[in-house]
Design a protein around this ligand. Structure first.
Ligand code: ZN
Length: 184
């Protein structure tokens, strides 16, 4: 099922770019491909980076987590860095292809749209990430470890998928009581 989105819902005002919480509908909808690499896109991405920086524990943030329905996420380039977490990079129209032999590894994941909740999620932690930058230039890079996990978590977001859809049934049942009554 897909919903027709208005231009307005795809492009909230830049000052309205802030994190929405589960069960906001933006967290279960597909985002659209970015076609125009213009100043407006760059201004929105800068705002997204500022929002991510405002969360001391945040590693990555997808545009859809701010109800901006385009295929964009920002992520610390080196999330495993010990002292400095590194620069925040924007990934536009990203695609992750897991390596054939990469075994899925289970680890707890948290989400800025689900404060206070973490659940185990299995993901392959090696693969190829392709994306476009703010100028529309195409890039390709091998990613692994926490960056591979973060990348897949954010690509899930722009596809309308959260960690609640990815975790096992027992873990989902365990956090359900804390989801009830949550307002968006
Ligand atoms: Zn998340």
């Amino acid at each position: 099922m897909s919903k027709i989105k208005s231009k307005k819902s795809q492009h909230p005002k830049i000052t309205d770019i802030r994190v929405v919480l589960y069960p906001h509908e933006a967290l279960s909808e597909q985002a659209e491909e970015v076609i125009d690499f213009d100043d407006d896109l760059r201004a929105r991405i800068n705002r997204l980076k500022e929002v991510l920086k405002s969360f001391p524990n945040g590693l990555g943030l997808a545009a859809t987590q701010t109800a901006w329905m385009q295929r964009v996420f920002v992520c610390y380039d080196n999330p495993e860095g010990e002292n400095a977490p590194g620069e925040i990079t924007a990934f536009i129209n990203p695609v992750f292809e897991p390596e054939d032999r990469a075994e899925p590894i289970k680890a707890e994941e948290a989400c800025l749209s689900l404060p206070g909740i973490s659940v185990p999620v299995s993901r392959p932690l090696r693969g190829k990430l392709t994306w476009q930058d703010e100028s529309g230039e195409q890039h390709e890079r091998q990613v692994e470890g926490l960056l591979a996990r973060c990348t897949q978590h954010e690509i899930d977001h722009i596809s309308g998928i959260t960690i609640l859809d990815r975790t096992d049934e027992t873990s989902l049942k365990a956090v359900k009581p804390r989801l009830r009554g949550r307002k968006c």
